[in-house]
Write a protein that binds this ligand. Structure first.
Ligand code: SAM
Ligand code: SF4
Length: 359
């Protein structure tokens, strides 16, 4: 008898059933994935590529050196490791990058992972995207069981969009958002608050998002990876933003918690929800339920610390499910208590870029 024999497993979650990208199904593991501080990890953000069709100024250097293909996990490896997390109790899986929709075969991976939705092992399969290729893929995402997506958008001004993304076309993203909504996907807008570039436009962006039936979340810029600009110049505390919004809107706190860094308010005048992610002005680590896996298979259990567990080494050394699960548990056990971001420090808190870690 194995430790899994007494667990009711849907046929789809049994070992040896093969998915469309060829991965072996994981076996459900009854012990919750908990770290050394008693936090249960139920949310994985999986970066499927470090590549992107945009070069946002706060995220990437203009001339980024991307990883050699051999270093990036194959679709089968991504499926296998994500499925191992699902077997360990992960209920929410977010695919990100880089830009997830530029990864070749991305829809095969989404369709394959969606079996965990159908089996009931996963509550949500979602992604964060810059929206440039959404018009092409929205229908397929919805058909695969994706229900909600996050789209990053920092301005509604085409020229500023082109500058911030170093060449991006705003109309493509707007068409992508429309296509997503038409396909039945709920869209949440993510906006990085930038002191010089979009601070004055934030009320318009919020009203626009709420007018389209979208939630919107504002994010403080985080010191991750070297970029050309000095982020201290663009850092804008969301405390300041909130005070500004409250001079003409009524913001009502709502007790919505995703276990993540966002605090939510309802804007009485628009009726929409506004999230505020304040990693720098407000620490959110006590309730953190999430970890990240880079596209090279490195597990980072804290966005703002250098801790790392190499799962690719386990996969490529021919490790079996037990080896993979032991490596995941070891990494999670060492999850740091909290991050160490401080915008006043001019060097990045961590050397890796958000695009590599998976934002
Ligand atoms: N390419 C996709 C996108 O832009 O939505 C997914 C990956 S991107 C790295 C995920 C999120 O990270 C985006 O919303 C982006 O604005 C945010 N981001 C990137 N660099 C950041 C930084 N230094 N500080 C705060 N947010 C950042
Ligand atoms: Fe690409 Fe997203 Fe980074 Fe912008 S934020 S450069 S879209 S990965």
């Amino acid at each position: 008898m194995t430790p899994y024999d007494d667990i009711a497993m849907p046929a789809r979650a049994r070992p040896d059933a093969r998915s469309s990208v060829g991965a072996v199904e994981p076996r459900l593991d009854p012990a919750p994935l908990a770290d050394g501080f008693g936090r249960t990890v139920t949310y994985l953000r999986l970066s499927v590529t470090d590549r992107c069709d945009l070069r946002c100024v706060y995220c990437m250097a203009e001339h980024m050196t991307f990883l050699p293909k051999a270093e990036v996990l194959t679709l089968e490896e991504l499926d296998r490791v994500a499925s191992a997390f699902v077997a360990l109790g992960t209920r929410k899986l977010r695919l990100t990058g880089g830009e997830p929709l530029v990864r070749k075969g991305m829809m095969d991976l989404v369709r394959s992972l969606s079996r965990h939705l159908r089996s009931g092992a996963l509550d949500e399969l979602t992604l964060t995207t810059n929206g440039t290729r959404l018009a092409e893929f929205a229908g397929e995402l919805a058909a695969a069981g994706v229900r909600r997506i996050n789209v990053s958008l920092d301005t509604l001004k085409p020229d500023l969009f082109r500058t911030l993304t170093r060449g991006g076309q705003l109309p493509k993203v707007l068409a992508g958002i429309e296509a997503a909504q038409a396909a039945g996907l709920a869209v949440k807008i993510n906006t990085v608050a930038l002191k010089d570039d979009n601070a004055a436009e934030l009320p318009d962006l919020i009203a626009w998002a709420h007018g389209r039936g979208c939630d919107i979340t504002l994010i403080e810029t985080m010191p991750m990876g070297e970029v050309e600009t000095d982020r201290t110049d663009q850092y804008l505390s969301l405390k300041t933003v909130r005070a500004g919004l409250e001079s003409f809107w009524t913001l009502e706190d709502i007790p919505l918690s995703t276990g993540g860094p966002a605090r939510y308010v309802r804007v009485a005048e628009t009726g929409g929800r506004l999230g505020l992610i304040t990693p720098l002005s407000h620490n959110f680590c006590e309730t953190c339920n999430r970890v990240r896996l880079t596209c090279t298979g490195t597990l980072h259990t804290c966005l703002g610390q250098e801790d790392a567990t190499d799962l690719r080494a386990v996969l490529r050394a021919g490790g079996d499910d037990a080896d993979l699960i032991a490596a995941i548990r070891g990494g999670i056990d060492a999850k740091p208590k909290g991050h160490d971001f401080e915008i006043a420090r001019r060097t990045p808190a961590v050397a890796r870029h958000m695009s590599t870690t998976g934002g």
